[in-house]
Design a protein around this ligand. Sequence first.
Ligand SMILES: O=C(C[C@H]1NCCC[C@H]1O)Cn1cnc2c(c1=O)CCCC2
Ligand SMILES: [Mg+2]
Length: 485
Amino acid sequence: GLGLSYKKDENFGEWYSEVVVSGEMIEYYDISGCYILRPWAMSIWEILQTFFDAEIKKMKIKNSYFPLFVSPAVLQKEKDHIEGFAPEVAWVTKSGDSDLEVPIAIRPTSETVMYPYFSKWIRGHRDLPLRLNQWCNVVRWEFSNPTPFIRSREFLWQEGHTAFATKEEADEEVLDILELYRRIYEEFLAVPVSKGKKSELEKFAGGLYTTTVEAFIPNTGRGIQGATSHCLGQNFAKMFEINFENEKGEKAMVWQNSWAYTTRTIGVMIMTHGDDKGLVLPPKVATTQVVVIPVPYKDANTQGIYDACAATVKSLNESGIRAEADFRDNYSPGWKYSHWEMKGVPLRIEIGPKDLANNQVRAVRRDNGAKTDIPVANLVEQVNDVLDSIQQNLFETAKQKREACVQVVKTWDEFAEALGQKKLILAPWCDEEDVEKEVKTRTKGEMGAAKTLCSPFDQPELPEGTLCFASGKPAKKWTYWGRSY
Ligand SMILES: O=C(C[C@H]1NCCC[C@H]1O)Cn1cnc2c(c1=O)CCCC2
Ligand SMILES: [Mg+2]
């Protein structure tokens, strides 16, 4: 088909909506905010799921499945957890044409579904730690602009819910899971993220503290929450009476965590690496890492070329590389080059008469277009090297682009200017909530207000006497600020 009609650096929003469809990841659906995940997207989700599921199983976390439906009584149990979110809860009110006695909520998250049973199952310290995960969909009836993968009314995620006897164990797991989220972004999706803590205002209201991996989209100058790992403290244990008899025979409340990443990960990857020719998939998550295309020329040994393509796919697959050939005889090689570039396949291999004669293949990289001739004898080794190089190059390029967007500011004027320049702002802050609220008020506008994204664990040096950029009070920490998704 034809190329994209929008350019990434000129019409980012339209470019994104077009590339997810042209790359055959998404099909729009007739209910607003809902999208069809086509196989080209689903296979990326499955690759991430395979990694994460194996890692949490190493941590003795078990998968379970709880009902989609939540009774209203239990949903409203946790006041400050729900009041801010109530408008987003979707309700079932009828079955057939008769009204339900009591409307039933569709899970927007599963704390209130699970924790009455945590209370029932946890009696003594030998029942701890209880560590469950579920892979499921959740529904949140969002109203702000729906965006495929980034913000949808139904999305896929995993949600982990764990309970411990001590805070120390909970604190440790929060960071173990956050490191897995960093690996998902940096090692698989080639997206740089900052690990940090959410402010009191931005954290999950039902919890004690929230840690996060924050990404950044240079084109829009917006931060985006990549995944969150929360320590809930004993808040939900108090609400749902999740107590246990500790080793001294005393009754104690458990310490809990909850953590999630979602299909938003795929959207962040697309926004980060995509270009004006289409998707650019990091090899680690590419459904097809290598596409092999025959380039027959008149009647020059066409069968030989086809056989060479099949043999190439076979030896790549046998070495664990996800390769496939495009033998369709109703499309030209040129059409196929554009098609697979649109779908973001990291490496294309062309085999024509000359390649056949020289017992080599022509490899073309999707990230930088570089072409190399690879002798068939070195095929697997050199293809693996090129794929690793593409993965690394995508990450380094994204890291440099992100770092170029970071602006350190010391004063309000510098902050306001950096915000106007779509920067990711790093500023010294007094860590006072009303100052944060005031910044939101002062930066309100149709682009959305600035907010804290996270206070990075990796804190730059904060010289004695440094003042908060907004309040002029003594600064307590460096914090990332910006507009966000
Ligand atoms: O879902 C969480 C916290 C927690 N839920 C479990 C996984 C980790 C983490 O996301 C926060 N949250 C967000 N959004 C909503 C709710 C909500 O609790 C409840 C009602 C509807 C919308
Ligand atoms: Mg929300």
